[in-house]
Design a protein around this ligand. Structure first.
Ligand code: NAI
Ligand code: 0TF
Length: 265
């Protein structure tokens, strides 16, 4: 898994404000509003305990601090434990945390200690970014393109199918594309083949979930499209963003974290 860096998390409050403005402009709801509509839940007075984890590649500078900033940005109460790992978990619970947030290199989880619900970052991120794409105020149809059908993309594509959207999918890994076709009934769109003819469909709603740049080719872009992408780096080049007047929702940690929290309230 590609790990976040402190650079990705720089100015997290500014990144959240910018994303909130974009989501509001493109969908008519802010990020909290999207999560509320998605899960039918609302945050109350929950206290979130954030436990730094030293396993594997260890503590990412500003990861826990960014989580605290995110929790507070969205109006929840939170704290970072002084100790990491098991001692930190003990500290979180004994200090009154209702929800624990913690991540090693493979799993980033949110656990609600009151109702036992637990959330994993990857599906929650996929679902909320897919939901944002699907709420474009400017789209004239229900066609959505999903690029990247891995641990984030597949659950997002599944969510869109369940919502009744016409989902077109592409992944460079043909096995993953085949799985999405057979299990979700996604329509395959081989962007490599399409690139040779450039006769492809164009999309107003694109959900991208890959770790690669420039994954979104010009020939799929509709003017004023909405590109919702958790992928780091961004799959849409700055030139194409400007040329097509695209709204781009992309933020490294906060939107997925709020989706996790709302999914377990
Ligand atoms: P993954 O490795 O499970 O899936 C990525 C998929 O993208 C793979 O199936 C791969 O074959 C595909 N892919 C790579 N290049 C491609 C291309 N040019 N065209 C089409 N498909 C391509 O990774 P995962 O966990 O799904 O994460 C995806 C991205 O989302 C990563 O950049 C990750 O860091 C990021 N992420 C961001 C979060 C956020 O809050 N913004 C939260 C979780 C992950
Ligand atoms: O970097 C990641 C994930 C995060 C997904 C959200 N964008 N790509 N995971 C590693 C987190 C490690 C945290 C570390 N153990 C700490 O500081 O506690």
């Amino acid at each position: 898994m590609a790990l976040l860096t402190p650079e990705d998390l720089a100015e997290i409050n500014r990144q959240l404000e910018k994303s909130d403005e974009t989501v509001q402009r493109a969908t008519g709801l802010d990020i909290k509003g999207v999560c509320k509509a998605l899960y039918g839940t609302e945050a109350g007075s929950e206290k979130v305990g954030i436990v730094p984890i030293t396993a594997g590649n260890g503590i990412i500078g500003s990861f826990s601090e960014s989580l605290l900033a995110i929790v507070r940005y969205f109006g929840l109460d939170g704290f970072i434990t002084k100790k990491p790992d098991v001692s930190g978990y003990y500290e979180a619970v004994t200090s009154g945390a209702d929800i624990v947030l913690m991540a090693d290199d493979h799993t980033y989880l949110a656990h609600n200690l009151k109702n036992r619900k637990i959330a994993n970052n990857q599906p929650c991120t996929g679902i909320v970014y897919a939901e944002i794409a699907s709420r474009s105020l400017l789209a004239g149809n229900k066609d959505v393109l999903v690029i990247g059908l891995g641990k984030v993309g597949f659950p997002g594509a599944e969510h869109l199918v369940k919502k009744g959207f016409s989902v077109y999918g592409y992944d460079v890994d043909n096995d993953l594309l085949k799985r999405a076709v057979s299990e979700l009934n996604v329509t395959p769109l081989d962007l490599e083949t399409e690139a040779k003819t450039e006769t492809s469909k164009k999309f107003s709603m694109i959900f991208e979930a890959t770790p690669c740049p420039d994954t979104i080719p010009e020939f799929v872009l509709e003017k004023d499209c909405l590109v919702s992408t958790p992928g780091i780096p961004c799959g849409l080049s700055e030139d194409l963003k400007i040329k097509y007047g695209a709204e781009v929702v992309m933020e490294p940690l906060g939107i997925g974290t709020l989706s996790m929290l709302y999914s377990i309230l």
